[in-house]
Design a protein around this ligand. Sequence first.
Ligand SMILES: NC(=O)c1ccc[n+]([C@@H]2O[C@H](COP(=O)([O-])OP(=O)(O)OC[C@H]3O[C@@H](n4cnc5c(N)ncnc54)[C@H](OP(=O)(O)O)[C@@H]3O)[C@@H](O)[C@H]2O)c1
Length: 273
Amino acid sequence: MNTSKIVLVTGASSGIGEATARRLAAAGHHVVLGARRVDRLARLVAELKEAGHDAEYAELDVTDLAGVRAVVDDVLARHGRIDVLVNNAGIMPLSMVEDLRVDDWNRMIDVNLRGVLHGIAAVLPSMRERRAGQIINVASTAANRVDPTGVVYSATKYAVRAVSEGLRQETPDLRVTVVCPGLTRSELTHSGGTEQLQDAVRDAVGEVGLDSSAGARGDSRSRAGRPPSADWFPTGAAAHGTLIWAPRSRGETCGQGGHVQLGVGGRLHRGRE
Ligand SMILES: NC(=O)c1ccc[n+]([C@@H]2O[C@H](COP(=O)([O-])OP(=O)(O)OC[C@H]3O[C@@H](n4cnc5c(N)ncnc54)[C@H](OP(=O)(O)O)[C@@H]3O)[C@@H](O)[C@H]2O)c1
């Protein structure tokens, strides 16, 4: 039986999205990589193809609904279906609310929340028609707790969790998953926000963050092959049985209210298998 899936990954030009695309391609799935930096996508697709994997890319700005629909429609026209959408694109320009960086707030709402909704709007009709499909929304441990400087970022991630929970309830024939990674080394802190804060977070992530492939790897281990320290704990099962590790100091935010943080088809996932 051919178990290969057609998977669209948004924000696949770096970080967690790139690692997820690599992992899924290596597992034999056909990955469609979407992001704005097409030069990066082109390089990654060439590399994946060179390794014998099945991949393509499309320029994608998740804030542009018509553009997202066009990419999805093109994939549907050529492949007949999208089995899995990984709604991963996101940004995190940190600042205190009192700094009134309204443009940054709006950008986060546009990318982190509207972008996720645009992805859902584009794939849902065909998934409903087929009564099959999976939508994976990448939220964050910040979807469960708010810290100073990350207020609006958290607000968008809380909203992504709410959208995921609600969509899961409304679409019994689909699988809806919310993934909440902990601190992960990526390019997330490379732009926007207050310079000093972004520098500080970058340092912290460099010190304790996971490698961006941790969440996508199938071996359930951190970059060191084990939890970074005794203070880390697995927050649950993620894509294809992977575990993502989060610092224990943030542990009280995980599993709150019985909410399982991670779990794509895993047993920990509260939704349907
Ligand atoms: N790193 C962490 O500690 C952490 C923790 C929890 C959750 N997350 C979440 O994980 C997701 C991935 O982030 P990351 O850490 O891997 O950061 P990253 O390396 O900065 O990756 C972000 C990706 O989003 C894409 N993107 C940004 N704006 C976009 C837009 N308008 N349209 C399409 N793509 C866009 C970027 O590609 P282009 O710039 O090429 O478009 C990039 O590929 C985000 O949702 C983030 O909130 C990260």
